[in-house]
Design a protein around this ligand. Structure first.
Ligand code: PRX
Length: 646
């Protein structure tokens, strides 16, 4: 790991919102007087009914309960749209950059208000009421933001499913939150290729009577099947309603959205976020972490199907009245200069992306960056996985020409917003470190027994007290929420990440310590891939682990035991990859499949994944204790096969 230190550049320090002294002062207050600090910060929003209570939270595993601003009322869409439409109607809210470089448009706050209100009226016309869930399966088009905000406007709870998920995965997520209404597009467009979104919805909902309406936004105009009575083109429905839809007063703790994410079991969890605390947190972090100044153009390259898109394309920036860029395409289309071409085209000041994108563009060479100007860039951001120091240095030196601080932001779907991060004007940077906690965030490092470790140390990362943006529960399964996050270490939120803290108090995330892997910044449960594999008729057993991958960060390594009599052929290997893509989606494609006649198991039959991880990493010498194995020769076999692959 690099121990280079990059001080705050003078031109950033000169007009940053926070310098180091102010960070220390605000941080100290945020943890010593959370009620005072967050009570004041909540003033950044418009409240319909002011709150009288601020923090009311408990991490006690017998009574986990998280409430912020619990008697206040507000509306998220009024805060993200109406108040800016009134104050700065002609200001651009969303710059949309299409997949094709010739395709872009700008939506002002006044236009956004009309579009969101119209969308909300269409939802109402289809029977959507406060508390109802609505599933979105959309490409990166402005309608995705309109639909999210429309739900918020009428108190409906959106659940967005990333367009790269298969019909089966989509179906499970629709069922998981019982959405009667699904919003999709005819087809998506990414890198010049069409994505059959509506056809996937058809396959997903065929066996789901719960779905009564499918609204189809026309994106490509491609012909799609429309089921009479169930499917409706959005534009046809929109023409029937007005642009007048008053925002509903919501309690601060009313649900805003559900987002399914992977955990250690085969079933994704519906992470539930609520209204007031979430928006205060998304808005505050967006402003301070990116040092956002009014008038700046801000671009987060995530997809709204992930939490980053929720908090830092839509809710945070729009709550702040910012101009947010929404990109439909991919970094390498039509060329690997695309990101930087878009930066120049729209004069982007703040750019936030994932290490996997940086690594792939790094591989394409510096010339493709250098032919663009990038003079408008001021702040760079990274999210989703640890950024290796080499990629950090390239991002800093080549993309940012040494002048832009990089904010390496650590957080999770569950946390709602950024928890550990530098602030551009306050924090000296170390490549590969997410640095220091944000206001109100109290990280700690514990050992396996839950003992808090002090000073420079390494262990598991926990958060010892609540922050406003955190998830409130697992939708429909509060017990699972308590079990997953609060039972490993009593009274603390367990992140699932390993972490090192250095002598300067800087945090270095070392990656997941559970059965979650991070593939190209996409979070995946190894158990999900395993259950997809064992659903194949020729597979008897499967164990999946992550392994270091140059571009993806982690790759998917599957050990597969075939049914007796099945031959381990290349054809079958390809068939299994295609099978997983169909079952879960392309993001879950196994990178390596090793046919293994046996898997290392304890005498009680439990697969020893620790050993499988080591073999996948080629760390044959550090397998640890193998004395509890039922059949130690299995390991020798696996190692031999692994070595033969090279
Ligand atoms: O392991 C951490 C990694 O991504 C996980 C959360 O994934 P997800 O819920 O999909 O949210 C991703 C976007 C917020 C974390 O548990 N992770 C996220 N950001 C970083 C990171 N690891 C290291 N450094 C980061 N900046």
């Amino acid at each position: 790991m690099s121990e280079n230190v990059f001080p705050v550049p003078p031109q950033i320090a000169a007009n940053a919102l926070v310098d180091q002294a102010k960070y220390e002062e605000m941080y100290a207050r945020s943890v010593s007087d959370p009620n005072g600090f967050w009570g004041e910060q909540a003033g950044r929003l418009d409240w319909i009914k002011p709150f009288t209570k601020v923090k009311h939270t408990s991490f006690d595993p017998h009574n986990v309960s998280i409430k912020w601003f619990e008697d206040g009322e507000l509306n998220v869409s009024a805060n993200c749209v109406d108040r800016h439409a009134a104050a700065t109607p002609d200001k651009v809210a969303i710059i949309w950059e299409g997949d094709d470089p010739g395709d872009s448009k700008k939506i002002t706050y006044a236009e956004l208000k009309d579009e969101v209100s119209r969308f909300a009226n269409v939802l109402k016309a289809h029977g959507v009421k406060k508390g109802d869930r609505v599933t979105l399966y959309l490409p990166m088009i402005p309608e995705a933001a309109y639909a999210m905000l429309a739900c918020a406007r009428i108190g409906a709870v959106h659940s967005i499913v990333f367009g790269g998920f298969s019909p089966d995965s989509l179906g499970a997520r629709i069922e998981g939150c019982a959405s009667a209404v699904v919003i999709t597009a005819d087809e998506g467009l990414r890198g010049g290729r069409k994505v059959p979104l509506k056809a996937n919805v058809d396959a997903a909902v065929a066996k789901l009577p719960v779905v009564t309406s499918v609204l189809v936004v026309r994106r490509t105009g491609g012909a799609v099947a429309m089921t009479e009575g169930r499917d409706h083109y959005y534009d046809v429905e929109a023409a029937k309603v007005s642009t007048d839809c008053p925002p509903l007063a919501m309690n601060a703790e009313d649900p805003l959205f559900i987002l399914f994410t992977s955990g250690s079991t085969g079933q994704p969890k519906g992470v539930l976020h609520t209204t007031g605390g979430y928006l205060v947190y998304a808005s505050l972090t967006h402003q301070y972490v990116f040092d956002y100044h009014p008038g700046e153009i801000y671009w987060c390259t995530a997809d709204v199907g992930w939490v980053t898109g929720h908090s830092y394309i839509v809710y945070g920036p729009l709550a702040n009245g910012a101009t947010t860029l929404m990109f439909e395409g991919i970094p390498t289309y039509p060329t690997a200069s695309r990101f930087w071409d878009v930066v120049d085209k729209h004069q982007v000041n703040i750019f936030y992306t994932a290490p996997t994108a940086i690594r792939s563009l790094m591989g394409a060479g510096e010339a493709l960056v250098q032919k663009t100007s990038r003079k408008s860039l001021r702040i760079l951001g990274s999210v989703g996985e640890p950024i290796n120091p080499e990629a950090w240095m390239w991002y800093h030196n080549v993309v940012g020409e040494g002048r832009c601080p990089i904010v390496d932001t650590w957080w999770q779907t569950e946390t709602g917003g950024i928890l550990i991060t530098p602030l551009p004007g306050a924090t000296a940077l170390k490549p590969g470190s997410a640095t220091r906690p944000f206001f109100g965030v109290q990280p700690a490092i514990v050992d396996a027994e839950g003992k808090i470790l002090e000073g420079a140390t390494e262990g598991n990362l926990v958060i010892t007290d609540a922050w406003p943006g955190m998830m409130r529960t697992v939708f429909g399964d509060h017990e699972r929420f308590v079990q997953t996050y609060f039972s490993a270490y009593k009274g603390m939120y367990f992140t699932g990440d390993g972490c090192r803290r250095d002598a300067d108090g800087y945090y270095w995330i070392t990656g997941r310590v559970d059965d979650v892997i991070n593939v190209s910044g996409h979070r995946m449960g190894t158990a999900e891939v395993e259950s997809a594999l064992v659903a194949h008729p020729k597979v008897a057993e499967a164990a999946v682990v992550g392994y270091p991958h140059d571009l993806k960060g982690q790759g998917i390594y599957a050990y597969v035991t075939l049914m007796t009599g099945e031959e381990p052929t290349e054809v079958l290997r390809k068939e299994l990859v295609a099978w997983v893509r169909k079952e879960i989606g392309p993001i879950a494609s196994p990178d390596l499949i090793q046919f293994s006649p046996g898997l290392p198991k304890t005498r009680s039959g439990k697969i020893m994944r620790r050993i499988l991880r080591k073999i996948a990493e080629d760390s044959f010498d550090s397998l640890g204790d193998t004395s509890t194995l039922a059949d130690p020769t299995v390991v020798d076999d696996l190692i031999e096969h692994r070595q033969n692959r090279h």
